[in-house]
Write a new protein. Structure first.
Length: 306
């Protein structure tokens, strides 16, 4: 097994351990520079108790079999230290140690998230479609969460405009949720990318969708919140985007909510009163996106273990 493959297998082995805290593992591996070294440190006591076995070797071998099976089924597996891992995600505290993908994963430096409630109004759907269309026509990747309502409108409009769209989902990459969006998810796989931070067969859960919002916010250079009541994941994403230093754009209709009035006072939040003004702000954000050489974190140089 070549060193790069061993490192990726070691990361999978770390994440499979009972009680593993994925976020902590990602940060520790990036800081240490070697998933194998972190795994060896975790298993050192076990190794001392059972000197006739090598738990590191067996754990890595089991994980390597999983990696091979995933990749053989057409799933892209990207470790946080891989060169093809979206570098913008390394700048957020919630950096996923692994990303699973179907479709064409790129760094998507020109990307804006369009998010909102599942129970969208007709006006909200029109706004989401108009914003996504504008982004797609300007060669900006439309990022959303493949949920009902606003997300579906954004993905559909981007595809219709022959633009690129990325779906960040709250289930495993082998799942289709909601089930009625399966054709849309399959089309995004063919023409864009679907990504997930969860094991491939993971079902939806209450915790997985806020985690998905963190990745969506980190992946995009800015977030447009179309409609979002208090319990909406879009509200969570607005908060996370501000934590990540990403701009947030929202219509003034959202000011009927206490959370929106509070956020409107924060730097980096743009409140607009019309669709034309929203699109104008989006144009400004587009012009500010990275169009020159890479300025985002590069893949760390791992101390490959032999």
């Amino acid at each position: 097994m070549v060193p790069e493959q061993r490192e990726r297998a070691a990361l999978v082995a770390l994440l499979r351990r009972p009680g593993a805290k994925w976020q902590d593992i990602a940060l520790e591996v990036l800081e240490t520079g070697s998933a194998v070294a972190v795994l060896e440190s975790k298993l050192r006591l076990q190794d001392a108790l059972f000197p006739e076995t090598d738990p590191v070797v067996s754990c890595i071998a089991d994980a390597a079999e999983l990696l091979h099976a995933w990749e053989a089924s057409g799933i892209g597996v990207h470790a946080c230290f891989d060169p093809d891992y979206p570098s913008q995600l390394r700048s957020i505290h919630q950096v996923p140690p692994l990303l699973f993908s179907r479709g064409a994963l790129t760094h998507d430096r020109r990307a804006i998230a369009v998010v909102g409630t599942r129970k969208a109004s007709e006006q909200g759907l029109r706004v989401a479609s108009a914003v996504a269309t504008e982004l797609a026509l300007n060669d900006v990747t439309v990022v959303s969460g493949l949920a009902k309502g606003i997300d579906t409108a954004a993905h559909t409009a981007a595809l219709k405009a022959r633009g690129r769209t990325v779906a960040v989902i709250g289930t495993g990459i082998n799942r289709f949720y909601p089930s009625e969006n399966r054709p849309l998810q399959e089309q995004i796989t063919r023409e864009g990318a679907v990504i997930s931070q969860f094991w491939p067969d993971s079902p939806p859960s209450k915790q997985s969708f806020p985690m998905r919002n963190a990745v969506m916010s980190g992946y995009a250079a800015a977030t447009v919140v179309v409609e979002a009541p208090w319990k909406s994941g879009a509200r969570i994403q607005a908060r996370l985007a501000l934590e990540h230093g990403r701009p947030v754009v929202m219509p003034d209709q959202l000011l009927e909510h206490d959370w929106a009035r509070k956020y409107a006072e924060k730097p980096g939040v743009h409140v607009v009163s019309s669709l034309s003004e929203l699109l104008s702000i989006v144009e400004q954000l587009i012009s500010n996106l990275h169009t020159g050489p890479d300025t985002l974190p590069e893949a760390p140089h791992l101390a490959w273990s032999s």
